[in-house]
Design a protein around this ligand. Sequence first.
Ligand SMILES: Cc1ncc(COP(=O)(O)O)c(C=O)c1O
Length: 391
Amino acid sequence: MKKIASNKLDNIKTSIFSIMTEMANKYNAINLSQGFPDFPGPEFLKDAACKAIRENKNQYVPSIGIPELREAISRKYKRFYNLDFDPNTEITVFSGATEALYSTLSGILNSGDEVILLEPCYDAYAPVCDFNYSKPKYIRLEYPDFKISQGQIQEAFNENTKCIIINTPNNPTSRVFDKNELKLIGDLCVENDCYIITDEVYEHITFEKTHTPMASIKGLKDRVITISSTAKTFSLTGWKIGFALADEDITRPIRNFHQFVTFCTPGPFQYAMAEAMDLKPNDPYFKNLKEQYLERRNLLNSKLIEVGLKTIPTEGTYYIVADISSFKITNDVEFCEFLTKKIGVAAIPMSAFYYHENKVDKLIRFCFSKKIENLEMAAERLENLKSYLKE
Ligand SMILES: Cc1ncc(COP(=O)(O)O)c(C=O)c1O
């Protein structure tokens, strides 16, 4: 029989998140691998979605998103970041940031275009480049500070470079990129006439540092495609409400592609999220979100350090990167398997976020968007790690 799978999938393996979650379930481990909260999202949003369903707002909605949500997103960007986006021509709603990224890259890439990726990076970027027959070009952010440096980035640009993908706050490194780092990238994109796709899904989960939206850097707004999502901010990852904001000329091809992917995103969740987008920056919701994640971060971080894992300070997101070099098992994949099966805590091997040869294989990523009691239980189990330290 003819080969059934498309050649596009030759490099695609089952996602590490599915593998680790399955392993966690099988061995009854506390799942600190996949990035989703194990606590419920806000009541007012669940009520709003139920209300929309009961009011029979259950048919197809406009492909670009309901006007109520696009207008609320526009108000939000003005209120939080002083950025102006026209809800009719510059804002589009998608089924999660994942679909926004897929439709954006598919809407703008041609075969042979190059896309600069900063590795380690979120695992959805490279496959979508492959699906569009474009070539990812990787720039390594060096452990332990994962800073963006001029020389390396400069070298990555050439006449085939169409765009760069930035992710701040960053998964998996937990960095919140500085204004200077973003400006450096912006200047190079202007110089080389490239677009910037910025994935800002963790925009509201930052700690000692504040998030700078790429579009707010002077002179960049007309070449930036901002992608964000309500999943992480409102702890409702299953609703898959994401959006993209970009200049009208960039938005047009993205919308054209999107109409043949999902056509539209479920209406009741959009009506609910329109309410979420209207929260003011000083609403207690945002303060609580930070405080609760800070408590969780500090709880897990101090335990990881206590049992002998070196950690990198989490500036944003709900992940902690830990260095396993002081343990007898020094390979990240083997360590995560051991951690899940023998210690009862699941994490993600960071090599899953690298695509080059010489992957960094001594780091693992823990997720702390879990109930305090589950983090405490994980902390108790992690005590047993101490006996596996090198002599
Ligand atoms: C960096 C990053 N981008 C995008 C997503 C996916 O967002 P959504 O659930 O809105 O598709 C995630 C989820 O983990 C993420 O970490």
